[in-house]
Design a protein around this ligand. Structure first.
Ligand code: SF4
Length: 313
């Protein structure tokens, strides 16, 4: 499976440790989100909002998914996510239902969880097979510091929304916990977070830390040993999720590693340059860059506030 969708709203499949070959579906344009997380790999939020509307045309999204499935091998998951918060799209529930009606491939919703206190958002996600919401803080203070939510969102409301969704949803909830060095890397924070997780009762708790490049340079990665210690204190069965690393000789799906390395041999590029240059979605490019950087094929550095990638030595 190495053909990319390379269409407007559907991208990938992207290689994912958790979801295998995951076909991404973009429900909002770059970068419409209810949060402006300091660790966000997509960069700063340009439209921070809790207003729900049809940000991208749902009829076109459904058509693209159908066309993809008609002409490609079956992905492991179809994941509604994209360039911000997918549940901001007021018709996301129709997409979930339409995709479920056309394929047996399980549907996942990758969400911040910020809007699950809204009954209509919970309703929209109920037919999904898997919902992956985030919980990045145990306290209101760190919620504001790390997630920088839109006006109208409070920590208590967000947690209550997650707990209420759990009561209604019969599919799986995998809670993603992104820990940030200098902010949420204490045992006290883990204890506070644990109380909320007990109410949310997720099937899995997956702990991660900042992978470069974050939106803000002060959002620090937590070293592996410390991360393992925090995960153990957080939840008995918590899993630490390592970034995806391509196996020897594995082709990177939509584009080959040679294409990326060749592009970077010609000139250093930002994430956006690479996405535009190769006609690949930003979310895909992020995965490839993580894999290539971890194996030393490419390197990166900050220049004038932007992160540039170049060929490794
Ligand atoms: S990490 Fe997710 S929730 Fe946070 S700003 Fe980025 S897209 Fe939004």
């Amino acid at each position: 499976m190495n053909e990319s969708a390379k269409t407007g709203y559907v991208y990938g499949p992207v290689p994912s440790r958790r979801l295998g070959h995951s076909l991404g579906v973009d429900m909002v344009p770059f970068k419409v989100c209810s949060y402006d997380c300091i660790y966000c790999q997509l960069g700063r939020t340009t439209e921070k909002t809790i207003e729900r509307k049809e940000y991208v045309r749902v009829d076109a999204v459904i058509r693209e998914v159908r066309e993809y499935l008609d002409s490609h091998l079956r992905p492991d998951y179809i994941t509604l996510s994209g360039s911000g918060e997918p549940t901001l799209n007021s018709r996301i529930g129709e997409v979930v239902d339409a995709v479920k009606g056309m394929t047996e491939v399980p549907v996942a919703v990758l969400t911040s969880g910020a809007l699950l206190w809204m009954p209509e958002v919970r309703q929209a996600c109920l037919s999904a097979n898997l919902v992956i919401p985030s919980l990045d803080a145990g306290t209101e203070r760190n919620f504001y510091r790390v997630n920088r939510p839109a006006r109208g969102l409070t920590f208590a409301r967000m947690v209550e929304g997650l707990a209420e969704f759990r009561r209604q949803f019969s599919g799986e909830i995998w809670l993603e916990v992104m820990l940030v060095g200098g902010f949420t890397d204490t045992l006290d924070e883990m204890r506070a977070m644990r109380q909320h997780i007990e109410r949310i009762e997720p099937e899995r708790v997956q702990v991660n830390t900042v992978v470069r490049p974050p939106s803000e340079s002060f959002a620090e990665r937590i070293p592996d040993a410390k991360l393992a210690e925090l995960a153990e204190a957080l939840w008995d069965s918590a899993e630490v999720i390592a970034p995806y690393e391509a196996k020897e000789g594995e082709e990177l799906f939509a584009v080959t590693r040679e294409e990326i390395v060749a592009l970077l041999s010609r000139r250093p590029c930002t994430l956006d340059d690479i996405a535009e240059g190769l006609g690949v979605h930003r979310n895909e490019v992020i995965k490839y860059l993580q894999a290539l950087e971890s194996e030393g094929a490419i390197a990166s550095e900050d220049r004038e506030g932007k992160r540039y990638y170049f060929r490794g030595s």
